[in-house]
Design a protein. Structure first.
Length: 109
């Protein structure tokens, strides 16, 4: 269940951050409510894997995967452009998350 909770935390954080773009400085009600609720659920679900796994590793995975998804949403949904440096940076984040998950003994519990 630990990775399910982490996945849920990532999903809620991505939804909240996507809605945050639409709040227009928290002047629009529904995107603001989605943002607040999404972050509340993200932090709740993020707290659950922290019971058994190290905070630094969990936070690295949570933020890294979130960054990749938010960048993809920005590119597809908001038509934001990505230059070569942005693409390389995102690929390095993906590589870092993969290294943590595939090779780090810190995640073994």
């Amino acid at each position: 269940m630990t990775y399910f909770y982490l996945a849920a935390a990532i999903m809620f954080e991505v939804v909240a951050t996507t809605a945050l773009k639409q709040t227009d400085g928290f002047t629009k009600l529904w995107p603001s409510l989605i943002t607040i609720g999404g972050y509340a659920l993200a932090f709740y679900f993020l707290s659950l894997p922290l019971r058994v796994l190290p905070v630094g590793i969990i936070y690295a995975v949570w933020s890294g995967v979130g960054i990749v998804f938010i960048t993809a949403i920005g590119w597809v949904w908001f038509r934001q452009t990505l230059d070569l440096a942005a693409i390389v940076g995102i690929l390095l984040i993906v590589a870092g998350v993969l290294v943590l998950n595939l090779f780090s003994k810190t995640l073994a519990h």
